[in-house]
Design a protein around this ligand. Structure first.
Ligand code: GTP
Ligand code: MN
Ligand code: MN
Length: 429
């Protein structure tokens, strides 16, 4: 029997942050089409909050949570987030197997170039548009220009675009988080190291590795980051990166209700950069590192615990043997990217984000840095509209009372938000 949409409307949660959305869902063909429209709208309008892109995002988020594969647009009756435009696209796909609107976008040179250029670290839609206006067709055109904007991210992003555009796999993310945990524990015993971002949501691969660090004692985390970067550098793991200072100020937080959507999303101390992952990190068979059990245990990285993959353990331990390369020059922090990329090498360049949060803000940071992006946007809007509260990665704030609602677990964040706890692997909305 074909389910009617309106059978569910009554019970289907209104907000994406209240719904479960697994990575694997029943409407992949439809969501990938709607996501092309969303991406096109985001690139064209250069403002990620533009209502058109938002409408597509909300529609695909509904499709991801439906408990049935859509077989007719009739089933979508009453879902307010699925508008006429999306319904047309869906019925084209259901009737003819594809949507000409989506196909035309995917075939367009402009869209292909925008996607290619914005795939470079540090390049957003506005820079990509400038490059297109200059007549550049490929990344080689941009590389010929030297460092097009003087931005270190773009210079290094271009120099290592091949590595950086090869997805990071789970075993690499786990191996690197274990090393970060090991080094951080040595500097600050009791440190909490958590692999966040897409990997915490169960994704098998990602564009970078996001690691959140904290410590059970408030302020113990101060000073950790520079020491950690130095330690990773000594192991030959750092290619290039920059630290950002903590710029959190609770007084300004109570003034601007609307979160700025451009540039900085939060005020944590962090390091954004490119690391050198030994190729052996990704050599291990990752079919097993994809298992449910492994996903569960790998999130908050236990101190010095063995992985269930012995070849991964070996490659991590290699770094700690006295014979391991200790050459200081391999850090190469401020050299030009070209000099580094010329030599043959046994490592891959990988984007890494390291974020430091005080324990008083840690569980909000954990939710914010786990994502998905749409989950965060939706949860923030929900908190504002439904509860009159301001949600950020720093906390949940009552602007009238001018006080934060503190949380000592991730579950507590959800209970303050008055929504049932959603497992990280169900936040792929
Ligand atoms: P892939 O890396 O492509 O696998 O996806 P991802 O979900 O891990 O994306 P990304 O690494 O860009 O970001 C991880 C999560 O952190 C997402 O939910 C983002 O919304 C969030 N995020 C990214 N940058 C920032 C930031 O500067 N501040 C905050 N608070 N969150 C951020
Ligand atoms: Mn990520
Ligand atoms: Mn990231």
């Amino acid at each position: 029997t074909v389910p009617e949409g309106n059978e569910f409307n009554g019970t289907f949660p209104e907000w994406a942050c209240q719904r479960k959305a697994k990575l694997e869902h029943l409407n992949k063909k439809l969501t990938s089409a709607v996501e092309v429209l969303q991406e096109f709208a985001e690139l064209r309008d250069s403002n990620q909050d533009y209502p058109r892109a938002l409408a597509f995002r909300r529609a695909s988020s509904v499709l991801k949570s439906l408990p049935f594969p859509v077989q007719s647009v009739e089933q979508l009756k009453g879902f307010k987030d699925i508008g006429e435009h999306v319904k047309t696209v869906i019925s084209d796909i259901l009737d003819h197997g594809s949507s000409s609107e989506v196909d035309d976008i995917e075939k367009s040179e402009w869209f292909k170039k925008m996607k290619l250029f914005t795939s470079v670290f540090g390049v957003g839609p506005s820079t990509a548009k400038v490059w297109i206006e200059r007549g550049w067709e490929s990344l080689e055109d941009a590389q010929k220009d030297g460092c097009p904007s003087g931005d270190w991210r773009i210079a290094w992003g271009l120099a290592f675009s091949k590595d950086l555009n090869t997805p990071v796999c789970r075993s690499e993310a786990i191996a690197f988080s274990r090393i970060v945990q090991r080094e951080a524990e040595h500097i600050l015993p009791g440190v909490i190291t958590t692999l966040v971002g897409g990997f915490r949501r169960g994704k098998p691969e990602g564009h970078d590795v996001d690691i959140l660090l904290s410590h059970p004692t408030d302020e113990a985390e101060i000073g950790l980051l520079p020491k950690l970067i130095a330690a990773l550098g000594k192991r030959g793991l750092i290619l290039i990166g920059h630290k950002e200072k903590n710029s959190f100020r609770s007084d300004i937080l109570y003034q601007d209700f609307k979160l700025s959507t451009r540039g900085q999303l939060d005020h944590f101390e962090k390091w954004l950069g490119i690391c050198k992952f030994p190729k052996s990190f990704s050599k291990s068979k990752d079919s097993e590192s994809n298992s449910e059990v492994n996903q569960e245990t790998s999130f908050t990285v236990p101190a010095l615990e063995a992985t269930s993959d012995s070849s991964l353990d070996e490659s991590i331990n290699d770094l700690y043997e006295p014979k391991a390369k200790k050459s200081k020059s391999s850090g190469a922090i401020d050299t030009e990217p070209q000099h580094v990329s010329a030599a043959p090498r046994d490592w891959l360049a990988r984007r890494v984000d390291l974020i430091i949060a005080p324990i008083s803000q840690y569980y909000y940071a954990l939710v914010g840095w786990t994502g998905s992006k749409h989950f965060n946007r939706d949860a923030r809007l929900y908190a504002q509209k439904k509860l009159g509260l301001k949600l950020t990665s720093h906390g949940l704030f009552d602007l009238q009372k001018r006080e934060p609602l503190t949380a000592e677990t991730e579950e507590e964040v959800f209970s303050h938000l008055k929504i049932p706890y959603i497992d990280p692997t169900d936040r792929n909305c």
